[in-house]
Design a protein around this ligand. Structure first.
Ligand code: SF4
Length: 348
């Protein structure tokens, strides 16, 4: 097994670019080099499948077509546009970064790598993608797809979950970047990783334009790579959620704390632990929700990156909420609700 410095990345573009031109999927964000649009697509695509992003991208850009409109967006409207995409801090950071651009760069997307990297929510990967795609800079954008592809090309047994492995790939991979084609190199590497050098099973080496250079293919190690050593087990959390329904069909919502999981988002009221029906009724009284009837109960799980929630959800009919109701009462769908709660709402 080798490390990345021993691999001739400079030999890839001649094979990679013709393949990309012939095989790239036609995706809306590939029709533009406008930084605002590329930025939005890159943030949406983090931890999210291309198919899932397709439904959101155009809708988001129609509602917020430029940096000033994003900087001035109402939080609730922004969350509604993001509803269902998950990782809501991404949307908050987009707005924060748009405000930074308004204040520090006169509303124009910055062109220097350091200025792009300094924007809220933009890490090495996103900065590399924007700088190469929009400004033709030789700045590799190394995500999971690219790491897997390069680990196999170089037949490297380095643990790709370690930040040091990503760092070690950066300089050697720069050799693959040719002036005038930097954006295409970034996108071609991602595309090959996503569609041919695929995870979880056998890569499609028979369709790979780089197979004649690939050291893992030659060594017969492609299916064993990349190495990913998981250290932490996902935490388990048990909680009880309350669906309080008023006679007019509105439901009770509360805002989560500004720190922690799903920070600052609307949510169903919750209590920690798995409450019995009787305890749930007592807790509902204590909330001041005026429960009149328990309608139904169910359990479901929701998996986040580091935590699994085991949710017990109780639906109570409650008395019409007065002016001093302890919750905001709203029609289902009026405010963005994270998927972890939408699941309960849909199931009930
Ligand atoms: Fe991946 Fe196979 Fe191509 Fe090597 S030859 S880069 S393992 S798809």
């Amino acid at each position: 097994m080798n490390d990345f410095t021993a691999f001739p990345f400079e030999s890839l573009p001649d094979l990679l670019l013709p393949w990309y031109e012939a095989n790239a999927r036609q995706l809306p964000w590939r029709r533009t080099k406008e930084p605002y649009r590329v930025w939005i697509s890159e943030i949406m695509l983090q931890q999210t499948r291309v198919e899932a992003v397709l439904g959101y991208y155009d809708r988001f850009l129609s509602a917020l077509p430029d940096i000033p409109s994003l900087a001035a967006a109402e939080d609730d409207a922004l969350m509604k546009l993001w509803e269902g995409l998950g990782y809501y801090s991404r949307a908050r950071n987009l707005k924060k970064a748009a405000q930074q651009i308004m204040e520090q760069h006169g509303g124009s997307f910055p062109e220097a790598y350091g200025d792009i990297r300094a924007l809220s929510g933009i890490g090495d990967y996103t900065a590399g993608a924007i700088a190469s795609i929009c400004f033709d800079m030789p700045t590799p954008a190394i995500d999971g797809n690219v790491l897997r592809l390069c680990a196999r090309l170089a037949d490297s047994a380095a643990d790709i979950l370690l930040p040091a492995t990503k760092k070690a790939l950066e300089a050697p991979l720069k050799a693959a970047y040719k002036k005038g084609r930097c954006g295409d190199i970034t996108q071609a590497l991602m595309e090959l990783g996503a569609t041919v050098c695929i995870p979880n099973g056998a890569p499609l080496c028979g369709s790979c334009p780089l197979s004649c250079r690939c050291r893992a293919k030659a060594a017969g190690t492609a299916e064993k790579l990349p190495v990913r050593i998981k250290k932490t087990k996902r935490k388990e959390e048990y909680l009880t959620a309350f669906l309080f329904t008023a006679p007019d069909g509105r439901i009770a919502l509360t805002k989560r704390e500004e720190k922690g999981l799903l920070a600052g988002l609307y949510a169903l009221p919750t209590a920690s632990g798995t409450l019995t029906e009787a305890d749930a009724a007592t807790a509902a009284e204590a909330f001041g929700a005026k429960p009149e009837r328990l309608v139904s109960a169910l359990q479901y799980d929701h998996v986040f990156t580091h935590i699994t929630w085991h949710v017990t959800c109780y639906r109570f009919e409650v008395a019409p909420p007065g002016e001093n109701a302890p919750f905001l009462f709203a029609k289902p769908g009026e405010y963005a609700l994270p998927t972890a709660f939408m699941k309960g709402l849909k199931l009930m």
